[in-house]
Design a binder for this molecule. Structure first.
Ligand code: NI
Length: 210
């Protein structure tokens, strides 16, 4: 009897956890949906915005110490990736560049674009500097110790998983590919996915930055 009750309790616990997870996912996806289709100004949900982002301390490709408060009056447009990425990062950074350049100058002036590496072992200052220079003068590359990178990756709920190296020591890092727009006060303004078009990114940014 008590065994059956334990079993039942376990089933209930799993079911509650599954419903809870589905609800969070729903809120997140709804938020994404709204951000790309509606004219709403405010972030779509508190649950969503409250938990993504946070303090970080990193080093720029120019060797400066950079924190989440380094540009207190700017929105931050952040992408996480690695310079050896064969496809996703070049695609997303090109999209970010095109969207940024399509924005009116006065909007551009309120945004600091950032590329944060998830592969600090290979992405040192010089490697990052050469890489961000391919995209935009204003793009700042950020690296740090593995511990500093782990902290910012966790804060932004980035998925990053290094794969086994090949015979030449080359490895890829599987990663999520969201573009985050952070408000000057550090809260999440909006998040754009891999499937967001350049046009949607431009309009999404313009809805939030004014
Ligand atoms: Ni990538």
């Amino acid at each position: 009897m008590s065994k059956n009750k334990d079993k039942f309790d376990t089933i209930v616990t799993v079911a509650v956890a599954a419903i809870f997870f589905a609800a969070i996912l729903y809120v997140f996806l709804e938020g994404q949906n709204h951000s790309s289709t509606s004219q709403k100004q405010e972030p779509s949900s508190i649950e969503n915005t409250a938990s993504i982002g946070g303090p970080f301390i990193l080093t720029s490709h120019l060797g400066e110490t950079i924190t989440d408060r380094s540009w207190p009056d700017q929105f931050l447009l952040i992408f996480f990736g690695f310079t050896h990425c064969p496809d996703v990062c070049p695609t997303e950074l090109a999209k970010m560049k095109m969207a940024f350049e399509a924005l009116p100058q006065k909007i551009q002036d309120k945004i600091q674009p950032l590329f944060i590496t998830i592969d600090p072992a290979r992405d040192d200052q010089d490697t990052l500097g050469a890489y961000v220079g391919l995209y935009h003068d204003k793009l700042v590359g950020l690296t740090g110790t593995q511990e500093q990178i782990d902290a910012v990756v966790n804060a932004y709920r980035v998925y990053a998983q290094a794969q086994a190296p090949d015979e030449n020591g080359y490895y890829v890092v599987d990663h999520s590919a969201f573009i985050y727009l952070m408000q000057p006060d550090g809260r999440l303004s909006d998040v754009f996915s891999h499937s967001t078009s350049v046009e949607e990114l431009v309009s999404g940014i313009q809805r939030q930055v004014n």
